[in-house]
Design a protein around this ligand. Structure first.
Ligand code: ADP
Ligand code: G6P
Length: 449
């Protein structure tokens, strides 16, 4: 079997790297003597002209380092101040600076140069996410001919948003050098095709093939999953002492998200406030636990959200709390996975309300963690990629606080029969389409492309 080479911005480090993507790719990497290349994590003063090797995993791992200037331009700049807001429908938050796109090109070129001496002619290369759109283009320039696939973990923008890029054609030039483009949801594949039609040159061929900028490639939808079996076990055996206790016996509602503006956390808080204002019978009956670790705090667009959410939570608690009951608890840090799994299992409602999201793995984790005999209710934004396959959740529009408040009230009052019926349909999908299914399906398609 040919070797699998995975390239992502973040390299999973630690002796026992966990996390869905690593687990998904571990078998393919291990059985093919594979290699994973990514960023070491912190910028350095004088970067090495070589990859650094990290022993300890069942596959090879190698990292590249970046200067502060490259890190600012490529990661904080073009990746997270242009592409991330663009792909999440927030062109108003884009900060376009000429030095940033140059830094993005430079870093993609540098990764290609560092990688090439370690490639073999029969390798398969799988590039992950929006940080590395230009990597295949740079590898081809250096004469690499092996199959190269790309998977985009976040949404692909439609033509109106794509047109806000300084040079939209360049994005499609970069993408045309891949053999396979993988998207999370049908909506992303349609956006990609329509944007390419309006802003570049594309001609659909048969069997998911197309001609993009004169090159033939394949593009299709591969919705990512979680390591479902492991997560079910994690939740079943979660430590008891971490369970949330409430003096009033209130039901718990949980939200778990990086503190990102795309996740709709303030919208969620406002809907909760509305619910409390209009349903006094639910006072002391529901406690909302929002876990939201900080993320990308050096990026300007992330700088106000902590204050905004803390302010809202404080106001709602001030308005409704009683001696025995705190309506919202807001935890601003990461928590261990087994504790998280136990909290999901205990929560009567899982609240997943992004304004835009590639897939949203929290929705799948929440479903996997439930006790099948007494499961909770998933409330899911129709703007999460997950909504395309998780139609048995309560699907809502996160921009409409009335609709969201009504869904929470409905979930609180839902009969056990209806909860079980909805949950069993959701669980079936999360079990069948786990992360192993995702990587195997993608890699088969890459082999065929
Ligand atoms: P995104 O990739 O945009 O962050 P996802 O929902 O797809 O959103 O994935 C988030 C992942 O991060 C999930 O696996 C989730 O369990 C994990 N996560 C999010 N918040 C926390 C937290 N506070 N502690 C531990 N894990 C977290
Ligand atoms: C999303 C992106 C990933 C990214 C993750 C965390 O899931 O799709 O590529 O790694 O967010 O963001 P960070 O900037 O901390 O890597």
């Amino acid at each position: 079997m040919s070797r699998l080479v995975v390239v992502s911005n973040r390299l999973p480090l630690g002796d026992n790297p966990s996390g869905g993507l690593v687990v998904a790719l571990q078998d393919a990497l291990r059985s093919s003597g594979g290699l994973w290349v990514g960023f070491a994590g912190e910028p350095v003063e004088s970067p090495e002209d070589e990859l650094a090797w990290h022993p300890g995993a069942a596959f090879q791992r190698a990292s590249f380092d970046l200067t502060q200037e490259d890190y600012e331009a490529y990661y904080l700049g073009y990746s997270n101040s242009v592409l991330w807001p663009l792909c999440h429908g927030r062109v108003d938050l884009m900060r376009i600076l000429p030095g940033h796109v140059e830094g993005y090109r430079r870093v993609n070129e540098r990764i290609a140069k560092l990688l090439v001496p370690h490639l073999r002619p029969d390798d398969r290369i799988w590039v992950q996410d929006y940080h590395l759109f230009a990597l295949a283009f740079e590898l081809r320039k250096l004469g690499v001919e092996c199959p190269i696939g790309h998977f985009l973990h976040i949404p692909f923008p439609g033509p109106a948003d794509c047109a806000a890029l300084p040079n939209p054609g360049e994005l499609f030039d970069w993408l045309s050098h891949y053999d396979l483009l993988g998207f999370q949801a049908g909506r992303d594949l349609s956006n990609f095709t329509e944007s390419a039609r309006q802003l570049a040159e594309i001609e659909p061929l048969h069997d998911h093939r197309l001609l993009l900028q004169g090159r033939v490639l394949r593009a299709d939808v591969y919705p990512i999953g979680i390591d479902t079996a492991a997560f079910i076990e994690e939740a079943r055996t979660a430590p008891d002492e971490d369970r949330m206790r409430s003096l009033t016996g209130a039901q718990m509602m949980i939200g778990v998200d990086r503190l990102d503006y795309s996740k709709g956390i303030p919208h969620r808080f406002r809907a909760f406030q509305l619910l409390m204002e209009n349903n006094s019978d639910l006072h002391e009956k529901i406690s909302f636990l929002q876990i939201a670790p900080p993320t990308r705090e050096a990026v300007e667009a992330y700088q106000d959200i902590r204050e905004e959410t803390e302010h809202l939570a404080g106001r709602i608690n001030g308005q409704f709390a009683t001696v025995n009951w705190t309506p919202i608890r807001f935890i601003h840090r990461p928590i261990p996975r087994n504790v998280l799994a136990g909290l999901y299992r205990q929560a009567r409602i899982g609240l997943v309300t992004p304004l835009a999201d590639g897939m949203n793995l929290v929705a799948k984790e929440y479903v996997a963690a439930q006790d099948v005999s007494d499961p909770g209710v998933l409330i899911l934004s129709r703007f999460a990629g997950a909504a395309e396959t998780m139609g048995d959740a309560l699907i809502i529009n996160p921009h409409d606080p009335w609709e969201l408040a009504e869904a929470i009230a409905r979930a609180m009052r839902m009969t056990a029969n209806e909860r079980r019926r909805r949950h069993s349909a959701l669980l079936r999908d999360v079990v069948e389409h786990d992360v192993g299914w995702w990587s195997a399906t993608y890699l088969d398609a890459l082999a065929a492309a």
